[in-house]
Write a protein of this length. Structure first.
Length: 240
C-alpha cells in the first residue's frame, strides 16, 4: 500500500495557526501544550481558530485531554468544522470497562453536537507503561470496534525521551500494516525532531505530527517559530 504522508502541526493559539497556515501546512491540530500530551485548549481558543480558518481549506483537529479526567462540560462548545478528535487513555489500563467508558464519552459528545461529523482518532501511547494506558494492540482492537478513523502513536511523557526510544521502524511498519488492513489511517508523533523525519517517512504513515521541532529552541511549550517551521517543511518535502 503506497501512502503519501501529510504533515500536521499542532498549535496553541490563533497567532500560531496563522503562521502555520501561511507556511502552507494544510493539517492543523489545536492543543494546549502546557496541559500534557493531549492537553485541551480553552474552548474559546478552539472556536477562535476554527472560525478564523473556516474557509481556508485547512483540515482541523483538536485534542480533548485525557479520558480519565474528561467531563461533559469540557466539550459542550466544540466547533462543527473539526475533522478529527482525539482523547488520551492514560490511567485506563487496569479498568476492565475502559472501552465502554471511552465509547460513552464519544456518544455524549455526539449528542452534545449532533452536527459535528468529526472522525475519532484513537491514541496509542508508545510509553504506555509510564502512562498506565492500554497497550498498543488493545487500543488498535478497541479502535476497530468503535469505528475510529485512525490511530495516533504518541508519547505521554514529554521529557527527555522521544518516539524512537520506545518503537523501532520495523515495529512501526508492522503496526502500520495492521492499521491499514483495518482501513484506518495512522499518525506518528512523540517529540519528533528534524533528524527523525526521514526515518519516519520511510515507514509511510498517513500523517507526521509535529510541534516541538517547529518551536523556538525545539521546546513544545514555546511558540511556533517561522524559521524552525520552514526547516520542518523543507525536510518533510525533501524526504517524501
Amino acid at each position: 500500500m503506497s501512502v503519501t504522508p501529510q504533515l500536521l502541526i499542532s498549535v496553541a493559539n490563533l497567532s500560531e495557526a496563522s503562521i502555520v497556515q501561511a507556511a502552507g501546512v494544510r493539517l492543523i491540530d489545536i492543543k494546549n501544550p502546557d496541559a500534557g500530551s493531549l492537553g485541551k485548549a480553552e474552548s474559546r481558543l478552539i472556536a477562535e481558530i476554527c472560525n478564523a480558518l473556516a474557509n481556508a481549506n485547512i483540515t482541523l483537529s483538536a485534542a480533548l485531554g485525557e479520558l480519565a479526567t474528561w467531563k461533559p462540560a469540557d466539550t459542550e462548545n466544540l466547533p462543527e468544522n473539526l475533522t478529527y478528535l482525539k482523547m488520551g487513555l492514560s490511567g485506563m489500563r487496569d479498568l476492565s470497562a475502559w472501552q465502554d467508558r471511552w465509547c460513552a464519552a464519544q456518544k455524549t459528545i455526539q449528542k452534545q453536537k449532533p452536527h459535528l461529523n468529526a472522525t475519532w482518532i484513537a491514541v496509542a501511547y508508545v510509553d504506555a507503561d509510564l502512562a498506565h494506558a492500554p497497550c498498543i494492540e488493545e487500543v488498535i482492537e478497541a479502535a476497530k470496534l468503535l469505528n475510529c478513523g485512525g490511530i495516533l502513536f504518541d508519547t505521554y511523557h514529554k521529557s527527555n525521551k522521544r518516539f524512537f526510544d520506545y518503537m523501532t521502524i520495523p515495529q512501526l511498519s508492522a503496526h502500520l500494516n495492521t492499521i491499514h488492513t483495518a482501513n484506518m489511517l495512522c499518525a506518528v508523533a512523540g517529540r519528533l525532531q528534524l533528524e527523525d523525519i526521514p526515518h519516519i517517512l520511510k515507514a509511510q504513515p498517513d500523517i507526521l505530527a509535529l510541534r516541538s521541532a517547529a518551536c523556538e529552541q525545539h521546546n513544545r511549550q514555546s511558540g511556533i517559530c517561522s524559521d524552525a517551521l520552514k526547516n520542518v517543511i523543507r525536510t518533510f518535502q525533501d524526504h517524501q
